[in-house]
Ligand binder design. Structure first.
Ligand SMILES: [Zn+2]
Length: 886
């Protein structure tokens, strides 16, 4: 057994590097198996560092060829190189010197997809977080900023396209059918933002004029023949550029902005300066191949990577512990962009559902960590929902506390003060504290304390005194023994709802600081373990609406009284809170139904839930997308999370199905009307309006099939579908409700035939089958790993089959005999040998194993332990397994 355990890196150990790299000149002589890389580094000794202090550069699996110092060959005594480091033992005593290094790398053998690798016959790089050291020896850390000039040489016929960061400088022919191109990026950047792409792709070209009049060329490169499918991504890019100018006053700063779509990519996309590299799944879309969800993801991710140009690239992170500085802030920015492009409440509900589905479980389980971690063994494992999504929630709370003006002033100061620097969370917060003249010391705990705070809230109305008393208790259970849990600053956006939901006025409030920013909800600022808040001058008994818009990433246990929630579900003037009330009532019924199923009784919905469900279904004043969300019951994984321990996934599945059937039958007529009224009349349009119509109509289709216990309507919908949203949904309903039917088998085969040459579309085919909620799916998934179109080397294929099975199919994955866990662990062992990052990510699907009922718990543990005992476990995977089992 060999495990690379790796060192523990600690935030407290941070110190600046002894040397800086002012200029980096790179030459790549591309070759599929022997690419030669020459790096000429203009080194500078930092002030205060003793002359001659040894210099150590990072490497990872490199083949060293030679080094020169100030133009002269460095002898063996001067430089010592291993695959993982290069040490200059006695650097020149002068303040500056040049260090030239030559290495050889093999892009074809690089299956980790970190550093320089091959994808579809092209050359591509991925350097965040520590991939650049797999290309050449370097001070591969985000606080070393350098100005890059890159020369690329390659065969002209096979590799016509030679791209890197910045602006193009020159290009030309060489001997032997080779050619070259030179790129220069004037903005100093850390090595993780370096990018190179070389190969043969088609291009879509457009242009954008910035607010100050700079003309920017925009290019998106995709596989030949797929150019029309990049039109939506281009449109989203232009809208992102305009929005960032209007909302944040931020303009683009180079002459050209390029996006390259590749099919082998570990993540969603990467914000390399001026040359974003994307997983093609987040670029390519047309109505025939992409769903509304795909369009929305493309819009959000194009925006996200573009917004990084300022939040991440112009101002970068001092060290990887500050990852949330760029990610939390940029996720907040892309969420706001999507909210402005589409329906704000629908976007918010979707984001909160994701937060609860991914971040809350992470934050309460063995993989919990602060938004800014203090230690790590493998930084690749910290690209988490906590760093990204909870990080975004912290920025949103800042916005809520400071109001639009205070927040904008803080952002402006941040850009003005730290442009061109590698910054920290402390520096970020200091800008807001200074601009808004407020103390954020306690607020900063959000970055340091893991776990989800809970609020317990009770109310009492005194009719005679006309007072309304609200008691708020906050508590934080440390998810990992020994982690801190001091009281936090929790902004509670609130309203006192009178009859019909109109907001009641009050004279005064005592017991907590409140804020009222113009045109926004009032906010109670919770800072103590307990607040006794009293509102005076309240004319009638109000219902308290709190955490409006989900103003803080917290839980609320116990929930508000059932009577209040029924009132809010009908009358709350905040659409998020109205959805929240309805969703929590549905959850209560689902948990009751699960208990009933476990006791051998049938599952049913309460009469009150049926009433409110049919009221929402029939209420045409709501926007369609919003109605679709309200009429979708919490997922099985949501119910499991709410139950929390001794989880029986079979009982949850039966209960949810029973409640769905009950509601579907009770509201059958309303759903039939919706289905009929929302028939597509115009050509497909990926915008919010059309997407909302399709979302609601597809909810109606699901419910009608449940009500009739028949998939006839799904078959008909499949036959009529003229776009991928409707087609994939109908196929899913048919396959999940009647997996053994001839109709399902034929429909799956027709889909496979139609899209067999389209890997990212075929991913939907894999996912639909991997998520059929029945025990036999374990064998189906096993068989699908041998199906044409599946590949153990492509991250998208792995996520669509193995990932979807482990995270989206609680019934089969948690099969009582443990075969689901064995399948996942065997797959991870196989993947780990080639791509540790993807293996480690898949492993997080097992993080909730302790919450299962005893039989499954034991089988899950055995499977994880046997994987850990395997021949060779990567550092990435070992880190996740050890924390999962700890
Ligand atoms: Zn990002």
């Amino acid at each position: 057994m060999r495990t690379e355990t790796g060192q523990v890196i600690r935030l407290g150990d941070y110190r600046p590097s002894d040397y800086l790299i002012d200029k980096t000149d790179l030459v790549f002589r591309l070759d599929p198996t022997r690419t030669r890389v020459t790096a000429k580094l203009q080194m500078r000794r930092r002030a205060g560092v003793a002359p001659g202090t040894p210099l150590t550069l990072d490497g990872d699996g490199l083949t060293f060829v030679g080094a020169r110092i100030d133009g002269a060959d460095a002898g063996d005594n001067a430089v010592s190189a291993t695959a993982d480091a290069l040490v200059v033992n006695a650097p020149p005593a002068s303040e500056t010197f040049t260090l030239e290094i030559e290495t050889v790398v093999d892009p074809t053998a690089n299956t980790q997809l970190m550093g320089l690798y091959r994808t579809g016959g092209n050359y591509c790089t991925q350097c965040e977080a520590e991939g650049f050291r797999r290309i050449t020896y370097f001070l591969d850390r985000p606080d070393v900023l350098s100005v890059y000039t890159v020369r690329i040489e390659a065969d002209r016929k096979d590799v016509p396209l030679l791209l890197s960061n910045g602006n193009p400088v020159e290009q030309g022919d060489l001997d032997d059918g080779r050619h070259y191109a030179v790129w220069r990026d004037p903005h100093p950047k850390p090595s993780y933002l370096f990018a190179l792409f070389a190969g043969n792709l088609g291009v879509v070209e457009d242009e954008f004029t910035t607010a100050s009049g700079r003309l920017v060329t925009l290019k998106i490169y995709v596989e030949h023949g797929k150019e029309p499918r990049a039109a939506y991504a281009m449109d989203a890019l232009k809208r992102s550029m305009r929005w960032d100018e209007e909302r944040f006053g931020l303009e683009y700063d180079l002459d050209i902005f390029q996006i390259v779509a590749v099919s082998d990519f570990n993540m969603g996309a990467m914000e390399n300066k001026g040359l974003n590299i994307f997983n093609d799944k987040y670029v390519l879309a047309d109505p025939r191949t992409a769903t509304d969800q795909d369009y929305a993801s493309i819009e959000a991710i194009i925006a996200h990577e573009y917004f990084h140009n300022w939040t991440g690239n112009r101002i970068t992170c001092r060290d990887w512990f500050q990852l949330c500085l760029k990610e939390g802030l940029t996720v907040y920015r892309d969420q706001e962009f999507s909210a402005d492009m589409r329906s704000r409440p629908v976007k918010r509900i979707g984001d909160v559902r994701l937060l609860r589905a991914h971040q809350f479980p992470e934050d309460s389980g063995p993989l919990a960590h602060p938004v800014r971690p203090r230690t790590y063994r493998e930084i690749n494992n910290f690209y988490t929902a906590t760093v990204y999504e909870k990080g975004a929630e912290i920025v949103r709370m800042l916005r809520t506390l400071l109001g639009a003006k205070g927040f904008a002033a803080g952002m402006d100061l941040y850009f003005q003060r730290h442009d061109g620097e590698a910054a920290t969370i402390e520096q970020f917060l200091a800008c807001f504290a200074e601009a808004a003249q407020t103390d954020l010391t306690q607020f900063a705990l959000w970055y340091d304390q893991p776990g989800t705070p809970n609020l317990a809230i009770t109310t009492r109305y005194d009719r005679t005194a006309r007072t309304f008393a609200v008691t708020v208790n906050q508590s934080l259970k440390p998810p990992v023994a020994g982690t801190p849990n001091a009281p936090m600053v929790i902004p509670i956006a609130f309203a006192l709802a009178g009859k019909n939901g109109s907001t009641l006025d009050h004279d005064a409030v005592s017991g907590a600081r409140t804020m009222q920013h113009e045109g926004e909800d009032g906010v109670l600022v919770i800072t103590e373990p307990k607040h006794e808040i009293v509102f005076t001058g309240i004319a009638e008994e109000p219902v308290l609406s709190v955490l409006r818009g989900f103003s803080a990433p917290v839980t609320r246990v116990p929930q508000a009284p059932t009577r209040d929630r029924f009132f809010l579900a009908r009358h709350d003037s905040d659409p998020f809170s109205r959805w929240e009330a309805l969703n929590s009532l549905a959850m209560e019924d689902l948990i009751k139904a699960t208990r009933a199923v476990s006791a051998g009784d049938p599952a049913a919905a309460s009469d009150a839930l049926v009433d409110i469900f049919s009221a929402v279904a029939g209420d045409g004043t709501f926007d369609n997308a919003y109605r679709a969300l309200c009429l979708t019951l919490p997922a099985e994984t949501d119910i499991a999370r709410e139950i929390g321990r001794d989880i029986d996934p079979d009982a949850i599945n039966k209960a949810r199905r029973g409640v769905t059937e009950h509601l579907a039958k009770a509201c059958e007529r309303v759903f039939a009307r919706i289905y009929h009224e929302l028939q597509p009349r115009n050509a497909y349009d990926p915008g919010a309006e059309g997407a909302g119509r399709r979302a609601l109509r597809n909810v109606a289709l699901t419910m009608l099939c449940h009500a009739a216990r028949s998939t006839d309507l799904a078959e008909q919908a499949l036959a009529e579908a003229d776009n991928m949203t409707d087609r994939a949904h109908a196929l899913m309903v048919l396959t999940h409700l009647a997996p053994e039917s001839e109709a399902a088998a034929q429909a799956l085969e027709a889909f496979r035939t139609a899209f067999r040459a389209e890997p990212i579309v075929l991913d939907k085919w894999f996912t639909i089958q991997a998520t059929v909620p029945r025990a036999e799916t374990v064998e189906t998934v096993q068989a699908l790993t041998k199906a044409p179109g599946f590949s153990w080397d492509n991250p998208n294929r792995l996520r669509s089959l193995i990932g979807a099975f482990a995270t989206g199919n609680p019934v089969a994955f948690n099969r009582a005999d443990g075969k689901g866990y064995e399948l996942l662990c065997a797959a991870i062992g196989r993947i780990d040998a080639k791509n540790p990052q993807v293996a480690a990510r898949l492993m997080t699907a097992m993080r909730a194993w302790r919450n299962l009922e005893p039989g499954r718990r034991q089988r899950a543990k055995t499977a994880i332990e046997s994987l850990r005992r395997g021949d060779r476990v990567s550092r990435d995977l070992a880190d996740i397994i050890d924390r999962t089992l700890a």
